[in-house]
Design a protein around this ligand. Structure first.
Ligand SMILES: Nc1ncnc2c1ncn2[C@@H]1O[C@H](COP(=O)(O)OP(=O)(O)OP(=O)(O)O)[C@@H](O)[C@H]1O
Length: 235
């Protein structure tokens, strides 16, 4: 039986208090399985980023519990959360945040220099289809290519989980597909448990599991019996 890498129980997050309180998450109970690619789908403001940030140790719940394997994230100190992020989590955000004065390889090496068991930057870039661009600077790359370098940077430390917040949000569909194909390949080849936020419903078809958000609550969980390759997605 598949093992749950993430599990939440009545997870809630409130920002502010009193009349100004925003209930970003309202009691989310869900699981994400080892080796799976999960898509978090929902409209803007439905709580997806808040949920992903708590799973990644970047934000804290107001109530409820969350686990990474058998470690309870919601019981960890800030120091433990920092160590958890450093050792286990790769992040990809909508904007690539590459250092403009460093080449692709140097951007990836920033991470591999401080990781315990990193893959060589060349290998990470090869895995996202950027092996031929290792000496290029961000300004010499398209948005989709820069995003693939940021995926290489995220996987180079061999994280157990890869958390991606709108990785194609700033891209057109053609370059977006190349980024999704890179994520799909990493999930298949390395078995990295991957969570991808999107508000683009077409992307759900590449996932093993789809978790839908609406107004901070779950509005459904589906498993895809058959997955569509990113290259065949329509959006
Ligand atoms: N730091 C914050 N302070 C106050 N409210 C916040 C904060 N972060 C998020 N929110 C609110 O919480 C709700 C959920 O936001 P969240 O970013 O998690 O949604 P989302 O589904 O990821 O949306 P998007 O697709 O636009 O990123 C929104 O109403 C948002 O305005």
């Amino acid at each position: 039986m598949a093992e749950a890498v993430f599990r939440t129980e009545e997870l809630s997050r409130q920002y502010g208090s009193g009349a100004a309180a925003v209930h970003a998450l309202r009691g989310i109970s869900v699981e994400m399985m080892a080796g799976e690619l999960t898509v978090l789908l929902g409209p803007s403001g439905s709580g997806k980023s808040t949920f992903l940030n708590i799973l990644g140790g970047l934000d804290k719940a107001t109530s409820g519990r969350a686990w990474f394997t058998d470690h309870e994230l919601t019981a960890m100190s800030d120091r433990d959360l920092t160590r958890y992020r450093r050792d286990h989590v790769g992040f990809v955000f909508q904007f690539y945040n590459l250092v403009p004065s460093l080449t692709a390889k140097e951007n990836v090496a920033l991470v591999t220099e401080i990781a315990a068991n990193p893959m060589p930057p060349e290998e990470a870039l090869e895995r996202v289809g950027m092996g031929h661009r290792i000496d290029h600077f961000p300004a010499e790359m398209s948005g989709g290519e820069q995003q693939r370098v940021s995926v290489a940077r995220a996987i180079a430390k061999r994280p157990q989980v890869l958390l991606c917040d709108e990785p194609t949000g700033a891209l057109d569909s053609k370059t977006g597909v190349q980024v999704l194909a890179a994520l799909d390949r990493i999930n298949r080849d390395l078995g990295t448990t991957t969570v991808v936020i999107t508000h683009n419903a077409g992307i759900r078809k590449m996932a093993h599991r789809v978790i839908r958000f609406q107004d901070g609550a779950l509005s459904g969980v589906e498993e895809n019996a058959e997955r569509v390759r990113p290259e065949e997605l329509e959006w």
